[in-house]
Every structure is written in structure tokens, then in C-alpha cells.
Design a protein around this ligand. Structure first.
Ligand code: HEC
Ligand code: HEC
Length: 186
């Protein structure tokens, strides 16, 4: 039987971190991400449909060689990486230090636009909805701009709709708030 925890360590950890906490600019952390969300994203990469990030091609090239069983195995191995790893380094290493005014503005935007209604009040996500709290700020900025500009097509159009009406600096403040919100938005 293939051990996907070992395959993750050999193939994915160089970019995403051995515990799923990315220390590379623009590369997302995967710790605490949900298996259903992960498998849908791996499908999108394998199909070449997630391609709006400067490094998408590297991720797609890897996904192209994976079987359905591989996608399942990796998504289950990733779901076993504890979210607590995201807190294991000072946040400043992954994201800029907290700016109190921007954090507060991001918090209010998230409340007004009801991000928690799908992503959870604690921003931990679930099922096909990704965890956001503690994700890298640089990656979140690209993801939000991609959904809003229509270049990142989700598995569902939920996100493209959720961001309509928000301005570029709103998205930056939202990314700042989410990156700093590992526990219950605090
Ligand atoms: C060369 C570096 C690199 C390697 C190796 C790599 N990835 Fe990625 N991965 C990325 C980048 C960059 C992104 C973001 C791409 C984008 O948003 O289009 C990403 C995105 C992802 C995502 C989506 C995360 C999210 O929050 O939406 C998943 C899941 C993922 N990778 C799984 C894997 C798995 C499983 C492996 C090993 C088989 C792997 N990656 C190997 C660079 C890498
Ligand atoms: C109606 C439900 C819903 C609402 C409301 C919603 N989201 Fe999402 N969000 C999703 C789903 C589903 C996905 C996964 C999309 C896909 O299939 O690729 C997602 C993905 C994301 C991602 C990508 C994460 C990653 O790891 O790549 C970010 C960032 C995000 N949402 C932020 C937000 C913010 C900020 C708000 C509020 C302004 C919000 N979402 C509101 C359902 C929602």
C-alpha cells in the first residue's frame, strides 16, 4: 500500500513545508486544510483549470501525473496535518506584522460580507470550503484578486460572487486580517 504521508514528505514538503506550513513566498500552507477542498483543487490543477497564480504551472505539472487514487491519498494525508502547525512560527515570518487599523478594517469587511457564513466564524472552513485563518497573506492576496477578477475559477462560483463590490484595498485588508486570524478571528 502506498503511504501518502511519505509521498507528501518526498514530493510536496519542499514547497508546502513538512508540517504543511509554507515558508516560501506565495506558496500556500496546507496544514488543517480539508480533504474535500484539497481533492477538488487537485482536480482543478490536473485539468489545468487553476492557472492564474505566478507559480500555478509548477503545481499543475505535478498534478498532471497523478491518478485519482493519488488525489484521494494526498488529500487524506494533507487533512491529517494539524492546523496547530500554522501557529508554530511567529506569524511575521510568513506575513507582515499586524497593523491594528488594517486588521480591524479587514475584520469589519469580513463581518459585513459574511465570509464566516461559509468559512465558519472561526475561519476554519470545512468540507469543500477552505480554512483561511493563518494562511499566508501574500497567497491570500493573489487568491482574492483572482476570484474577483474572474481569473481563478472555483469549483463553484460562490467566491466570485462573494467578492463583488469590494475594492482592491478592501481585498488587501481582508488578506491581512485572515492571515492574522488563527483562532476565532482574534
Ligand atoms: C514547486 C513547488 C510546489 C510543489 C513541489 C507542490 N506544490 Fe502545491 N502549490 C504550489 C503553489 C505555488 C500553489 C498555489 C498555486 C495557485 O494558486 O495556482 C500550490 C497549491 C496547492 C494546493 C491548493 C491550496 C489551496 O489553499 O487552495 C494544494 C491542495 C496543493 N498545492 C497540493 C500539493 C501536493 C499534494 C503536492 C505534492 C504532490 C504539491 N502541492 C507540491 C507549489 C507547489
Ligand atoms: C457562499 C459561500 C462563501 C462565502 C460567503 C465566502 N466564501 Fe470564500 N470560498 C468558498 C468556497 C466554496 C471556496 C472554494 C472555491 C473553489 O472551489 O475553488 C472559497 C475559497 C476562498 C479562498 C481561497 C482559499 C485558498 O486556500 O485558496 C479565499 C481566500 C476566500 N474564499 C475568502 C473569502 C472571503 C474573504 C469572503 C468574504 C468576503 C468569502 N471567502 C466568502 C465559499 C464562500
Amino acid at each position: 500500500m502506498v503511504d501518502y504521508g511519505e509521498r507528501y514528505a518526498a514530493t510536496c514538503a519542499a514547497c508546502h513545508g513538512s508540517e504543511g506550513r509554507s515558508e516560501l513566498p506565495l506558496v500556500p500552507s496546507l496544514a488543517g486544510q480539508h480533504s474535500f477542498y484539497v481533492i477538488t483543487q487537485l482536480f482543478l490543477f490536473r485539468d489545468g483549470r487553476r492557472n492564474d497564480h505566478p507559480l500555478s504551472a509548477a503545481m499543475s505539472a505535478l498534478a498532471k501525473g497523478l491518478s485519482d487514487a493519488d488525489l484521494r491519498g494526498y488529500s487524506e494525508a494533507i487533512a491529517r496535518l494539524p492546523a496547530a502547525a500554522l501557529a508554530a512560527v511567529p506569524l511575521e515570518q510568513a506575513s507582515p506584522p499586524r497593523d491594528v487599523a488594517r486588521f480591524e478594517r479587514g475584520r469589519q469587511l469580513a463581518a459585513a460580507h459574511r465570509c464566516g457564513s461559509c468559512h465558519g466564524a472561526d475561519l476554519a472552513g470545512g468540507g469543500q470550503v477552505p480554512r483561511l485563518g493563518g494562511q499566508r497573506e501574500d497567497y491570500l492576496q493573489i487568491a482574492l484578486k483572482g476570484f474577483q477578477g474572474g481569473t481563478r475559477l472555483g469549483y463553484t462560483p460562490a467566491m466570485n460572487e462573494a467578492l463583488s463590490g469590494l475594492k482592491a484595498n478592501d481585498l488587501e485588508d481582508l488578506a491581512h486580517y485572515l492571515a492574522q486570524s488563527l483562532n476565532n478571528g482574534q
